[in-house]
Design a protein around this ligand. Structure first.
Ligand code: NDP
Length: 284
């Protein structure tokens, strides 16, 4: 079997064109331009790229955006004060703090300082709780993107075995919640799981989010499974690869996301979706 490749760039392009149209309509009807503020503390090269991509994506979709940069040794109080200002700023509908933060920051406290109605990453405890209860306000962008992929590919999740590798707050846990709410039977695996391959071989839907290059091999995948590769790993030669051995697993799976060009572009796209939805909600 040769798997269908789920093209994240193509789906992202289609969705972003729709968001642009919706943003123009919102501006025309209510004078509101969706606005996103992105806070970056420190000089981490990967974080700088992520922030730049987010700001560029906003510009292309016709959104307002603000990039707020701090030196790595900034006093946390300065960041908290800025978040408070952004919480009250009517031009801003979404606030995102790029993680990870330097060690002298209490990341949980920072995420909690963002007004839940502007928490477009969906990491505030109030929004996590709403997601758990099945009436989400903001769905964390990466799992939201994965659900869009599955919907777009017409994959019926009801009663399917879904196995997730990784239990982080930003990917694994919300992913599990969304798949469960879509009536899949969900198993979450992590570093302490015994006989990982036993679980992965049962999966109709396999989501890899563990951050280990090409960890998932063809022998770990059930023939015909849908494989979603969330991982982004930089190899010694500078190239990017996912958590799945793409070449080998493509011969076994029925559908697979590539890296790059799979989940990555969808994550930023769903950040735009959350920002737009926040702006539309406020204008209503
Ligand atoms: P974390 O490091 O926070 O979590 C990794 C998870 O994988 C943990 O739950 C860990 O288990 C589990 N794990 C690690 N090793 C193994 C193993 N050998 N077997 C089974 N489970 C294991 O990572 P994130 O969730 O933040 O990110 C995961 C990957 O996804 C990374 O490559 C990251 O770069 C990428 N990513 C991609 C995004 C995108 O837009 N495409 C967005 C966000 C992340 P334990 O809890 O026991 O330690």
């Amino acid at each position: 079997m040769t798997a269908t490749i789920l093209d994240g760039n193509a789906l992202a392009k289609k969705l972003r064109a729709d968001f642009k149209t919706r943003a123009e309509a919102l501006l025309a009807s209510h004078g509101t331009r969706p606005g996103l503020a992105v806070i970056l503390v420190g000089e981490d090269a990967a974080s700088q790229v992520y922030v730049r991509n987010k700001v560029n994506a906003c510009a292309q979709a016709g959104f307002h955006s603000e990039k707020i940069l701090y030196a790595p040794d900034v006093e946390p109080q300065r960041v908290f004060s800025r978040i408070a200002e952004l919480n009250a700023d009517p031009k801003i509908h979404g606030i995102l703090v790029q993680l990870p933060l330097p060690k002298h920051f209490d990341s949980d406290a920072v995420l909690k300082a963002i007004c839940p109605g502007k928490d477009v990453d969906g990491f505030h405890a109030e929004n996590v709780g709403a997601l758990m209860q099945g009436h989400p306000r903001f769905i964390p962008c990466t799992p939201y993107g994965v659900m869009k992929f599955l919907a777009e590919a017409g994959i019926d999740l009801k009663g399917k075995e879904a196995v997730i590798l990784g239990r982080s707050n930003i990917v694994g846990k919300p992913m599990a919640m969304l798949l469960m709410q879509a009536s899949a039977t969900v198993t979450i695996c992590h570093s302490q799981t015994r006989d990982l391959a036993f679980h992965t071989r049962r999966a109709d839907i396999l989501v890899a989010a563990l951050g280990k290059p090409r960890f998932v091999t063809a022998g770990m995948v059930k023939p015909g499974a849908v494989v979603i590769d969330v991982g982004i790993n930089r190899l010694p030669d500078g190239k990017l690869c996912g958590d799945v051995d793409f070449a080998a697993v493509s011969e076994v799976a029925s559908a697979i996301t590539p890296v790059p060009g799979g989940v990555g572009p969808m994550t930023i796209t769903m950040l735009l979706a959350n920002t737009l939805e926040a702006a539309e909600r406020e204008a209503r």
